[in-house]
Write a protein that binds this ligand. Sequence first.
Ligand code: FA5
Length: 347
Amino acid sequence: MTAEDTINDMRMRATKHLAEAGSREEIIAWERAFLGPKGELTLFLRRLASLPVDERPTAGRGGNALKTELTEAWNARHAALVAGDLEQRLATDAVDVTLPGRPPILGAAHPVSQMIDELSEIFALLGFQTVFGPEVETAHYNFDVLNIPKDHPARDVWDTFYVDLPGEIVLRTHTSPMQGRVMEQTQPPVRVVVPGRVYRYEAQDASHEWMLHQLEGLAVDRAITMADLKGTLSEMARQLFGSERRTRFRCDFFPFVEPGVDFAVDCAICGGAGCRVCKGSGWLEMGGAGMVHPNVLRAVGYDPDVYSGFAFGLGIERLTMMRSGVDDVRAFAGNDLRFLRQFARAA
Ligand code: FA5
């Protein structure tokens, strides 16, 4: 077989195989077989020097012409395959832009956050500024400043989560520690409310949670009286619940107020008839309150002969329960979207 015959034979096979190659893998294998470093045509060109001298020029010209021819054929076939792939992908992966979109799921403020906002607005109109304080608190502010010295039995009233072993750092058991923090940094007149989370090592039931929210209130000035306290809380209740709901103040004890009261509204769940939420009493305690104890005023450097004040601490979940008729406080931290969606308001 002459070199020319070899070239013609190679051209015939290569052209036939390339026409039959239907995938990218197959044309890559074809390229390797004919044009790659160990491909048939490459080896043929490398062997030119071993041919008889008179055959070399024809074989060289013919071999190089075939190389150009096959390279062009491969490029064209490759381009056609890529275009075919693309067309197929466009046909199968097509996006139907006329389909309606999926509506985004919109979140809404938690009912407790909504109540905090609403209370802040009500108290702002009564002249109170909203401030915030730390949830991890020192026993000093949580107890000592509030006239609850170490080893005093009153500390047991607040079932405390201690963060350290000596018991100097606690998860605040109420928002009252902010009384000391605010008064130490401000001179009277003081009028603040402090919303936030508090923690108690307490068994859960329909009206008790171990993590709850309170709103502390504090007003200190010359000649503040119990009537100011009653007027402030009654107005808050009127704005929140309307004027039909009844409120009640009864004597209570808290070491940091004197006198102290508990503040209740008639139970919205049973209308005052008695149920498991109000434990059959017809009333649900919303908060504790009273006139700031002279020892607390002294502890922050205020003169109790010049200044007097009132303070209160309201349970925010309880207020929300009474306003919306929720009969179990555990629902607020239960993360059940069906419950939470009922409170969603348009932004
Ligand atoms: C206090 O925490 C006092 N710091 C309130 C206070 C402030 C009194 C200023 C005087 C002056 P008490 O432990 O009663 O008080 O809690 C206040 C309110 O928080 C309760 O009336 C109730 O509404 C709410 N609360 C208390 N414990 C729970 C609980 N475990 N789950 C849900 N709400 C609670």
